[in-house]
Design a protein around this ligand. Structure first.
Ligand code: ZN
Length: 348
């Protein structure tokens, strides 16, 4: 069985090498942000290479491509947040597995790449591409090894997959993120989901400036983690990204607020709304520019409190670093998205 697996994979790899990237034609992929499309070799879009890898591994393992993509993307966001602790191992996958996990904790050879001895020491490392070695720098071997681990805990249904994720990460946030990423990929059917929009319609009356870290007026000594966009009641508040609604409801500080998770593992926070769009619930998939609610002045008290300050949207962005979330200043992003949208409006 294992032998046929390896032979099948070797054939797949060979056919991938022969057909290059032309076998996968997704027109949307070329629209990725420059940061997402730059590769060390210069001309091959890593999103195309990734999609090919997910498709091939999906054929072999029975795990749908969007779940493999979600695991890989989740790991990539962890590596981006902590690049020193998680150096890039392959050329385009984001999976990080340290030597000890790869070779097995009791393996005297921590850089072991022989599949049989790695398996003997219960290491994660597997030979996915059929070259006879479990190579920690092979994209194929890395993702195949994780997929194999995930499959140890059952079949390829969504529930089995979630149990596999829990057994692999022992971290409920990791499981939640991967499920969110997976539903984003499954909904849109592509990897390139990094477009953005300004949170209120460009062309309406609003004003904002950089207020990062200013002291704030209510609830004690907390610094202001975000940007306030002042606008009238009823101006639409729109998602800035492709994402999944993670939080919706009342919070004493934020009033009626919504939290949206994107594929960079950023949490976008929209506060003081006057109400929510009817289509929005926890788990709803949104795209950039989609209305999620309206500008208001809710917050600073019991549910329903409003009017304690002028109407505005408080917009914050938090980055998940695996265990904690850090706020960062959204002002430069807002400026860029606003300019991009002005340019698009002029072009139409
Ligand atoms: Zn604010």
């Amino acid at each position: 069985m294992k032998q046929t697996f390896s032979i099948a994979l070797a054939t797949i790899v060979a056919s991938m090498l022969m057909t290059g990237q032309s076998s996968y034609a997704n027109p949307s992929i070329s629209k990725a942000e420059p940061a997402q499309t730059q590769s060390s070799s210069g001309d091959v879009d890593p999103l195309v290479s990734r999609q090919q890898l997910y498709d091939q591994l999906s054929d072999v393992t029975g795990i749908p491509w969007y779940r493999l993509a979600a695991v890989d993307q989740y790991e990539r966001t962890l590596s981006k947040a902590r690049p020193k602790a998680r150096p890039q191992l392959g050329s385009f996958v984001g999976i990080y597995i340290d030597e000890e996990q790869w070779a097995g904790a009791l393996n005297p050879d921590s850089s072991d790449n022989v599949p049989a001895s790695i398996q003997w020491f219960n290491g994660i490392g597997r030979d996915g591409d059929g070259d006879g070695f479990a190579n920690r720098s092979s994209d194929f071997d890395l993702l195949y090894s994780v997929a194999t681990r995930l499959l140890q805990h059952g079949g390829s249904t969504e529930d089995d997959f979630s149990i596999g994720l829990w057994e692999y990460y022992h971290n409920s946030r990791a499981v939640q993120r991967i499920q969110q990423f997976s539903s984003l990929y499954a909904t849109f059917g592509r990897l390139n989901l990094f477009d953005h929009a300004f949170p209120v319609p460009v062309g309406t009356n609003y004003s904002y400036k950089s207020t990062w870290g200013n002291a704030r007026g209510w609830g004690g000594r907390r610094t202001h983690e975000g940007t306030d966009i002042f606008a009238n009641y009823g101006i639409p508040v729109r998602s800035t990204c492709f994402g999944v609604v993670e939080v919706k409801g009342w919070n004493p500080y934020g009033g009626w607020r919504i939290g949206i998770r994107d594929l960079n593992n950023y949490y976008h926070y929209y506060a003081h709304l006057s109400g929510f769009d009817k289509t929005i619930g926890i788990g709803t998939i949104v795209k950039p520019g989609q209305t999620i609610g309206w500008v208001g002045s809710s917050g600073y008290g019991k549910p329903g409190t409003q009017g304690k300050f002028p109407p505005h949207l408080h917009y914050g962005v938090y980055r998940d670093r695996g265990l904690i979330e850090w706020a960062f200043d959204p002002y430069p992003l807002l400026r860029r998205w606003e300019q991009d949208e002005r340019r698009r409006l002029r072009a139409n």
